[in-house]
Ligand binder design. Structure first.
Ligand code: C5P
Length: 253
């Protein structure tokens, strides 16, 4: 079989050409990075967990009518996705202050925000993904005003869905990031949720104890990242309730 063509390799995922035009295969790596890749490690099993969790969230979103790039999971580490034109913005929704918002505005982490707040960062690693205003987005033609309105509406629907899902299993959705892509249907454009939704891109705190169950465990050296992600997957029923860890791969002779 011919080696498949690599389209793009990012910090946590690789995109390959898909089996049909307009599709890609998205491969989830075990690599963990933080602070614009200044901190790096390999967390065994992370890619498998994020593949399963992102599948679970994307299917749930599709089921309530929120369009996504997800088509189907292929195996432990790969999913088939629609090829989209990624809008070069990270769309962040925050329910509680944390991370860079806490630093920027001097708010104690965990402070409930008066309403969900949507922020945009320009996707450029060399600049450290700077926060930008709607003015920049429109002036520099990264998206139109109509796109922006649609992106905010999409992000808030994802927030409602994810907040409710997490609340049901005793987890507070503090904030998250999504990426949004365009799909062209002749001249008609649709915006869809793209990339991934996983504990790599959300802040998830246990409602009772405040324990962090997301990538901050890695960023802040708070323990085992694989255990935290396994706990999220177990609570959501994505893993059997008695699973303590994803099984290690075994060699087939
Ligand atoms: O770092 P900050 O507080 O701005 O992050 C807000 C949310 O966006 C967090 O859930 C974080 O995990 C996510 N994020 C991300 N990728 C980035 C920046 C932030 O997934 N490059």
């Amino acid at each position: 079989m011919a080696r498949r063509k690599k389209i793009y390799e990012g910090k946590a995922k690789v995109l390959y050409e898909g089996p049909e035009p307009g599709t890609f295969v998205q491969y989830f790596k075990d690599d963990a990075t933080a602070f614009n890749a200044e901190k790096k490690d390999v967390i065994e099993g992370k890619g498998v967990l994020n593949n399963r969790l992102s599948e679970f969230f994307m299917i749930g979103l599709e089921n309530i009518g929120v369009p996504t790039h997800f088509l189907k999971r292929i195996n432990m580490r790969e999913q088939l996705i629609r090829q989209v034109e990624i809008i070069p913005l990270e769309v962040i929704v925050r329910n509680y202050a944390a991370g860079t918002m806490s630093k920027r505005l001097g708010l104690e982490e965990g402070t409930r925000l008066p309403r969900p707040i949507v922020e945009f960062c320009y996707k450029d690693d060399s600049l450290g993904d700077p926060l930008v205003a709607e003015e920049h987005i429109i002036a520099f033609n990264w998206a139109t005003q109509q796109d922006l309105d649609d992106m905010v509406a999409l992000a808030l629907r994802v927030n409602d869905f994810m907040s409710g899902l997490m609340y049901g299993v005793g987890i507070k959705l503090v904030d998250f990031k999504i990426e949004i892509g365009r799909i062209w249907d002749n001249d008609f454009q649709r915006l869809v949720v793209a990339d991934e939704i996983s504990p790599d891109s959300c802040r998830l705190w246990d409602i009772e104890t405040g324990q962090k169950l997301d990538k901050d465990v890695f960023r802040r050296d708070l323990g085992s990242l694989a255990d935290a992600y396994t706990e999220v997957a177990r609570r959501l029923g994505v893993l059997p309730s008695n699973a303590t860890h994803m099984p290690k791969p075994t060699l087939i002779n």
